[in-house]
Write a protein that binds this ligand. Structure first.
Ligand code: LLP
Length: 424
């Protein structure tokens, strides 16, 4: 459920007409709904009712805007970060350090030191060499790093290949066959305190059986680790729960059904569970608001050219992702068109031959479910400044990231001395 609805024939974000935001902030612009974000945080927490003090660490990569993180921090969520930058953002937004977990295969010694100084809840280690480095960094700072190994359970997540992470050919985690060895080695390292196990098999999961299979393997591993003398107090089950993008497809499992599965599989584990949801918290809390630059008739179909492009919302070109497209002020007429951006490559296509609200030059259009992996994956390709972000709460709204100006883009470049010398 989200808070983007038609009222009096025009699409609103909560109580604010999207047309008013477009008039004031320009297009393209991301628009987020606070009520939707808060609702999803609440629904996810309620789905985990009965578990012992679960830590819900929002996957910052899904939407790192400070206002989004601050909204979630207020709702009691922690953060799952994968870089020093994300860690700094989470802390700046008010996420307490003891609710932060640090994932990722390539943490550098500097990033480790930053996280150790902040005093985060847990490092999810992805390899034995990483454990060695973290121990050395911790010792040099006079600290002990609380760690879990992210274990690669070798299951097929059944999602898009580019967002599958739990197969033996994927770069993530310690292969489950090597896990006992990795823990034995880590237990000898002076700068580490082993506290748990972690797993994450992929994103946009629409079937719970791969997760269940992975968690069952983690449960057996916990028993084995304990038998070998390791104190396992936490189990991080990652993120990955899918969201509905295309109304014609079956609904993905709800958080409640996911929670039921988790309670069932983890009964008797006696650990504090950690979750790293991203998409399910913010996915449908955001839309990308854009304006039709022109409609041009191709040989076989109309092309709707909008002022948003693949640099603003990369998902359709990168993963062939489906985002619902709606007119902000639909007339009731429909047509079939291909929706593209202005960038000079054919991949800059949001939807091919899509049946959608009929739109004309100047009309406003939204791409729905753009709150996760939208603005965060934007680039400045074709010298397009980064898209602004707007947050709505009730009838109030604010720009929470300003549009990047072309001047600021250009001024980030500099000329080397040999080009500065002689004016051309
Ligand atoms: N934890 C870890 C270790 C992850 O790698 C991810 C996502 C998450 C949690 C959050 O997963 P979520 O609950 O959001 O599914 N750019 C892609 C998605 C990449 C996901 C990467 N990892 C997309 O636009 O579909």
């Amino acid at each position: 459920m989200d808070h983007f609805e038609l009222r009096d024939g025009s699409l609103h974000a909560e109580d604010v007409p999207l047309a008013a935001i477009a008039a004031a902030a320009g297009t393209p612009t991301y628009v987020y709904s606070t009520a939707t974000i808060e609702r999803h945080a609440r629904v996810f927490r309620e789905a985990l009712a009965g578990l012992q003090d679960p830590l819900i660490a929002f996957a910052v990569k899904a939407n790192p805007n400070k206002a989004v993180l601050a909204t979630l921090a207020k709702a009691g969520l922690g953060a799952d970060v994968v870089s020093g930058g994300e860690l700094a953002r989470a802390l700046a937004a008010g996420v307490p350090a003891d609710r932060i977990v640090f994932s990722g295969v390539g943490k550098t010694a500097d990033e480790m030191a930053q996280a150790l100084r902040a005093g985060i809840f847990q490092f999810n280690l992805e390899s034995e060499p990483e454990a060695e480095t973290l121990s050395a960094v911790a010792v040099s700072l006079g600290k002990v790093a609380p760690v879990a190994f992210r274990v690669n359970p070798d299951v097929d997540a059944g999602t898009h290949a580019k967002i599958s992470t739990g197969g033996s050919e994927d770069k993530f985690g310690v292969p489950i066959s090597r896990a006992m060895h990795a823990y034995a080695r880590a237990a000898e390292l002076p700068g580490l305190l082993i506290q748990g196990v972690a797993v994450h098999i992929g994103s946009q999961l629409t079937d719970l059986s791969p997760s269940r299979a992975a968690f069952v393997r983690i449960g057996s591993l916990i028993a084995e680790l304990r038998a070998a003398g390791h104190a396992i107090a936490t189990a991080d089950l990652g993120g990955g729960l899918g969201v509905p993008y295309d109304a014609a497809k079956p609904l993905p499992p709800s958080p409640a059904v996911y929670g039921e599965m988790v309670r069932d599989v983890t009964a008797g584990w006696e650990v504090r569970l950690v979750f790293e949801p991203g998409r399910v918290i913010v996915g449908n809390a955001g839309v990308l608001l854009t304006r039709v630059v022109r409609v041009k008739q191709g040989e076989t179909q109309p092309f709707v050219i909008v002022d948003a492009a693949m640099n603003d919302l990369l998902r359709p070109s990168l993963y062939d992702a489906w985002h619902e497209i709606r007119a902000v002020a639909p007339t009731g007429e429909r047509f079939t068109a291909t929706i593209v951006g202005p960038i000079c490559e054919s991949g800059d296509t949001f939807a091919k031959r899509r049946e959608m609200d009929k739109v004309e030059e100047g009309d406003l259009v939204v791409f729905l479910t753009a709150g996760a992996y939208g603005a965060t994956m934007a680039s400045t390709y074709n010298s397009r400044g980064l898209t602004p972000e707007v947050m709505v709460s009730g009838n109030d709204w604010a720009i929470v990231r300003a549009r990047q100006t072309v001047e600021s883009l250009i001024s980030a470049d500099s000329l080397p001395a040999w080009l500065e010398k002689e004016p051309v």
